[in-house]
Design a protein around this ligand. Structure first.
Ligand code: FAD
Length: 290
């Protein structure tokens, strides 16, 4: 099947893109990044925009820069650029590991960091990493610029808090404090497939007790979610198998409304959230201090 007809614009600056948006009904415009999710939707006629606004001509949205707090990534930066970035390799290994789990080289060559964030697929790795690391998003639109914390960005299945006509321009990811432990675990049918369920754990140790833990589960509910009740149980605890067993049981219990599809039932996803968080807790604990 082929897409319904649409007009096409490829501005070469953000200002030009905003002018085009201002002249059109934002509900009738679709922003095109790498096209890896949007093109199939167009071809299946699940999206029928009047205008496709291609950000591919805006070179200013393609960069990876070190900042005082961590790294700033332009929305049009491809996953391949993340994969080969020395800065990401040396300072953001969790982000690198999650990138390598996304699709296959041709997908990562075209798919962008911003596109994955805005697509907000519940099984996608990037929104989960953004939550685990406390990322921030810069967006610009008819009402000007604003910053949205990852916690407020992902609302539900394929839905973010972007308003019509807003463009995501930058994702900022803070560096983990030195000596933090982290782990990324996912189960997919084949490497590169969307996760059935995934778990990310980040933690640090102070005087032998766990501080500032973050536990994120993706693929289990309508969006990637943190599990505050499990994080509370972990805070102040010592590294011990009994603690991790109790915390992972709490993670499974916190999956209230699991997804179900041909790949996995609700019960399987809930169980998997517990199992994978247990593995991630142990792996993160092994990395602490290293
Ligand atoms: C075979 C295959 C396997 C895949 N496997 C995985 C996987 O394992 N994990 C995973 O996470 N993803 C996977 N993907 C999806 C892939 O990562 C896409 O690249 C990603 O979902 C969208 O990025 P994109 O740049 O292609 O965006 P597009 O498809 O161009 O756009 C996606 C959506 O975001 C909007 N958008 C894009 N950029 C902006 C912006 N800057 N501002 C505002 N709105 C914007 C678009 O309007 C559209 O609604 C897979 C895709 C394929 C085809």
């Amino acid at each position: 099947m082929k897409s319904a007809p649409f007009d096409y614009a490829i501005p070469n600056s953000l200002g030009e893109a905003l002018e085009i948006l201002a002249k059109n009904d934002p509900d009738e415009v679709k922003i095109l990044a790498g096209g890896q999710s949007l093109m199939p939707l167009l071809n299946m006629r699940l999206a029928r925009p009047e205008l496709l606004l291609d950000l591919g001509g805006i070179a200013d949205l393609d960069y990876i820069r070190e900042t005082e707090a961590g790294v700033a990534i332009g929305a049009m930066t491809t996953k391949r650029a993340v994969e080969i970035s020395e800065l990401i390799r040396s300072q953001h290994p969790l982000f690198l590991e999650s990138t390598l789990a996304i699709g296959h080289p041709p997908i990562r060559n075209r798919g962008t960091v911003g596109g994955s964030m805005v697509q907000a697929d519940p099984a996608s790795e990037y929104p989960a990493v953004a939550l685990a690391l406390g990322a921030e998003f810069s967006v610009v639109g008819p009402a000007g610029e604003r910053t949205i914390a990852a916690e407020d960005f992902f609302l539900t299945y394929l839905t973010t808090s972007l308003e019509p006509g807003e463009i995501l321009t930058e994702v900022r990811i803070p560096r983990l404090p030195e000596g933090s432990g982290w782990a990324f675990q996912e189960l997919a049918r084949r490497h590169g497939d969307f996760a059935i369920v995934g778990a990310i754990v980040v933690l640090a140790l102070e005087a032998d007790v766990i501080v500032d833990p973050r536990i994120v589960i993706f693929g289990a509910e309508d969006r990637a979610i943190r599990i505050p009740e499990a994080e509370a149980l972990l805070t102040g605890a010592r590294i011990a198998d009994e603690v991790f067993d109790e915390v992972s049981a709490r993670v499974a219990a916190a999956i209230e409304d699991p997804l179900a599809d041909t790949h996995a039932s609700e019960e399987y996803r809930r169980e998997l959230a517990g199992v994978l968080s247990g593995r991630a807790l142990r792996e993160a604990a092994e990395r602490v201090g290293s």
